[in-house]
Design a protein around this ligand. Structure first.
Ligand SMILES: Cc1cc2nc3c(=O)[nH]c(=O)nc-3n(C[C@H](O)[C@H](O)[C@H](O)COP(=O)(O)OP(=O)(O)OC[C@H]3O[C@@H](n4cnc5c(N)ncnc54)[C@H](O)[C@@H]3O)c2cc1C
Length: 387
């Protein structure tokens, strides 16, 4: 029942869902707008129950071998002198996003369609007709949107994104930076009031990553217009000649994989509508400030595939069980606490207070405690019988 399932988005949620659907005997088709899996981004955390998901997929040893092994955050002054360091224990493994996406793609047996996107959906009693940007139409039993914060499936089946996205007053960008920048296995951060420029260095990659955050009320921009994104980051940082901002900006603006977005969360009253469901950031983005995007995507995708198998493909039963099981974790991870305010204080005074506090053992203990609070506690990943 409901064997042919179209998944929009070949990233962490979409690939994990396709992997588990195939293991349960369904026939997933994955459509991705990019010409190949997108491997940009900095480190992401595979933690808590997500470790169990990745272990059950057989790639946890490879994920551990590729670990970014980042020790913590280092705050620096304009002369690049370390003012304070906070080491961050993690209950899991921090790995470069692109490494995880590449591994998931490699092990997932599905029909792939790259360089295309869903244009329209129309639901019927026994299936969904889907038309594509390239012009053709196909019929599937179910459609799942795993297409991220600006999900096309969500827009088509649930309504405009303004109904579901909450803006958190910050914008961020990730990009490649000069290889010689930054300290190995540390995230180096430099602050100006309401702005942060940083360098992320994984222990496993020679390529340093630049990242930028700035505070702002809502800005109008087209989320696919990379040249416009680059202009917005330039406007925010080009007038700041201090520290290494000039070098970082030049490298980021030259990177074709430059990634920019608003720091936002997605909150929806329901993650399914008839034969269409959502998974990962499309349904419940917690924002990069939560450190939990990959965790929610991996666990959510595992659960959605498992519930479909357990209900013998009956989407009415499966979609509602998936949502009941996953919502408590989403609610918990969307409480992002003071992370962003600590990383990007609003004023010079706020930066000084943060730096002074970061030198105190108490602050370091609090930062460590916040990470450890994300631990999985007594939760267990459900077992779903394989076909
Ligand atoms: C390039 C990139 C870099 C990122 N870097 C970081 C990072 O450094 N730190 C961090 O915390 N999070 C980052 N994220 C977000 C992070 O991957 C997610 O928060 C989390 O892992 C959940 O993944 P997801 O699969 O739900 O969504 P995403 O990882 O956002 O994946 C969505 C996928 O859907 C595709 N897509 C979008 N629209 C369409 C469409 N209309 N049709 C078909 N496909 C579509 C996208 O190209 C993408 O492959 C990044 C995301 C991307 C896409």
């Amino acid at each position: 029942m409901n064997g042919r399932i179209l998944i929009s988005g070949a990233s962490i949620a979409g690939l994990t869902l396709a992997y588990w659907l195939a293991r349960h005997g369904f026939h997933p088709t994955v459509i991705e707008r990019a010409p190949r899996p997108r491997v940009g981004g900095n480190g992401i955390d595979v933690q808590n129950l997500a470790i169990d998901v990745v272990e059950r997929m057989g790639i946890m040893p490879r994920v551990r071998a590729a670990a970014a092994d980042v020790q913590g955050m280092k705050f620096v002054d304009a002369r690049d002198r370390a003012i304070a360091r906070i080491t961050l224990p993690t209950g899991g493994v921090e790995v470069m996003r692109g490494d995880l996406v590449a591994m998931l793609h490699e092990i997932t047996d599905a029909e792939y369609v790259f360089g295309d996107s869903i244009r329209d959906l129309s639901q019927h009693a026994d299936g969904v007709s889907v038309s594509f940007d390239r012009g053709h139409t196909r019929r599937f039993d179910l459609v799942v949107g795993a297409d991220g914060l600006h999900s096309a499936v969500r827009r088509l089946a649930f309504g405009p994104e303004s109904h579901f996205i909450q803006h958190k007053d910050h914008y961020f960008a990730f990009a490649d930076a000069g290889t010689a920048l930054g300290e190995d296995r540390w995230v180096t951060m430099y602050n100006l009031p309401g702005k942060m420029a940083g360098i992320y260095r994984s222990g496993n990659h020679p390529q340093a990553k630049a990242y930028f955050i700035f505070r702002s009320g809502p800005l109008t921009f087209e989320h696919r217009d990379v040249e416009q994104h680059k202009r917005l980051i330039s406007q925010a940082f080009a007038s700041e000649p201090t520290w290494r901002i000039k070098e970082l900006l030049a490298a980021a603006l030259a990177d074709p994989g430059f990634y920019f977005d608003a720091l936002s969360q997605v909150r929806m009253p329901s993650w399914s509508s008839g034969r269409v469901a959502l998974v990962g950031d499309a349904a419940y983005c917690a924002s990069p400030a939560s450190g939990a995007g990959a965790e929610l995507a991996l666990i959510g995708a595992y659960r959605l595939a498992g519930e479909l198998a357990a209900a013998s493909g009956d989407h009415r039963i499966a979609f509602s069980r998936y949502e009941d099981a996953h919502r408590p974790l989403v609610r918990q991870k969307q409480q992002i606490g003071p992370n962003v305010r600590l990383m990007v204080p609003k004023t010079v005074g706020g930066i000084r207070v943060r730096d002074a506090a970061a030198r105190l053992p108490l602050m370091r203990a609090m930062a460590a405690a916040e990470r450890l609070m994300r631990a999985k506690g007594s939760m267990r990943l459900p077992d779903y019988a394989l076909a």
